[in-house]
Design a protein around this ligand. Structure first.
Ligand code: 13P
Length: 391
């Protein structure tokens, strides 16, 4: 991880690709011979930029359905269904065959199992998405494990074999990837945990781009804790500074990435809740200080906010123009009502699909800054926060 600032050609633009360094040449009168290197051109650069742009298109955002089998099992258990492959397939089929979904959804993130699945009629899920002009994506991290030497914090696994897995996912139709690591405010966060999170995200991003996948960069700052919003701002600024430092060190093309930040809010157990205007003010302040305008899209996670809250906060952030597309990549805040409406019954599929469209449309309007909470159901207002949530 030694500093390699001399190789940071111009990571914020794609012009670094294929440039040859002159550092290998012996300068006249110099007695030191420095190591020669060249940066490798990626054949995918134009495609990455195009993919990122199409995901970050006006009025659209991402449907995240990349719950691991264990997490999907918890969702299914909440409606008394067993965690079988058949039930997971049936649930994902319901979501992915919703007619008209592509009007509001530009990308969908799969867990590996889903990428290789088809509908009961034999149509690949990837093709269901393509027909709606939705880009298929894939969760590539291998989950969180304890970080030795830290304050009960964790680190995210998955770099081993990532290049070959990514190449396979590309062949299967995926065009973007997601890697979620977490930072806990009540646990510090320690400098070690932040550095590890940032370095892992940057290595993953470089490997994804090298294999044609647009990386979603997601250092989730967990909602857990009773801290005020100013403390979240301070931690978020530190985390994103470190993330962009290492993204640049790894020559990641900023035009070909998407971010998935947490909104800047008080801790879930803090005595006061923040209004959408306050959340928007803090979150945009943080992002404007840390995220270059070369990045095409900011796709927020919902992190345990209620469906209505996540939509209201997004809407507040789109009341004036931003340097990037500001949108959503929600899992819980798009799926909660759907799951409750479905209850695992075939006769409820249509109603459940309609409820997905209601949420997708609400968030689409919020992306355009035109959402009103009038007429929202009581269900949509219920919080979904779970302490120490894993994915
Ligand atoms: P939530 O919107 O449920 O926080 O999802 C987070 C996530 O990383 C999904 O891909």
């Amino acid at each position: 991880m030694a500093s390699a600032s001399f190789v940071k050609l111009n990571a914020a633009s794609s012009s670094w690709m294929g440039q040859k360094s002159s550092l290998g040449k012996r300068s006249p009168g110099s007695s030191t011979c420095r190591v020669s290197f060249s940066t490798r051109a990626s054949s995918y650069t134009d495609e990455l930029v195009q993919t990122a742009k199409s995901i970050a298109s006006p009025g659209r955002g991402i449907l995240a359905i990349d719950e691991s089998n264990a997490t999907c099992g918890k969702r299914l258990a909440s409606i008394s269904l067993d965690n079988t492959e058949t039930n997971r397939q049936a649930y994902r089929q319901l979501l992915l065959t919703t007619p008209g979904l592509g009007e509001y959804i530009s990308g969908a993130i799969f867990f590996e199992e889903t990428l290789y699945q088809s509908t009961t009629d034999g149509k690949k899920f990837v093709d269901c998405l393509r027909d709606e002009n939705i880009v298929p994506g894939i969760k590539v991290d291998k989950g969180l494990v304890p970080l030795p030497g830290s304050n009960n914090e964790s680190w995210c696994q998955g770099l081993d074999g990532l290049a070959s897995r990514s190449a396979e996912y590309y062949k299967q139709g995926a065009r973007f990837a997601k890697w979620r690591t977490v930072v806990s405010i009540p646990c510090g966060p320690s400098d070690l945990a932040i550095k590890e999170a940032a370095w892992g995200l940057a290595r993953y991003a470089a490997i994804s781009q090298d294999n044609g996948l647009v990386p979603i960069v997601e250092p989730e700052i967990l909602l857990d804790g009773d801290h005020p919003i100013d403390r979240t701002l301070e931690v978020a600024e530190k985390v994103w500074a470190e993330v962009f430092y290492y993204l640049a060190e790894n020559n990641v093309v900023f035009e070909g990435i998407l971010l998935k930040p947490s909104m800047v809010t008080p801790g879930a157990e803090h005595k006061e809740k923040a209004s959408p205007d306050t959340v928007a003010k803090y979150t945009l302040k943080m992002l404007k200080r840390r995220v270059p305008p070369a990045v095409p899209g900011i796709m927020f996670l919902s992190g345990g906010q209620s469906e209505a809250e996540a939509t209201l906060n997004l809407n507040a952030m789109n009341q004036s123009p931003n340097p990037w597309h500001v949108s959503f990549s929600y899992a819980r805040a798009l799926q909660n009502t759907v799951l409750k409406t479905w209850q695992g019954r075939p006769e409820n599929v249509e109603a459940a699909q309609k409820s997905l469209l209601v949420r997708a449309k609400a968030n689409s309007l919020a992306q355009l800054g035109r959402y009103s909470a009038e007429g929202e159901s009581e269900e949509a207002k219920k919080g979904m926060f779970v302490k120490g949530y894993t994915y």
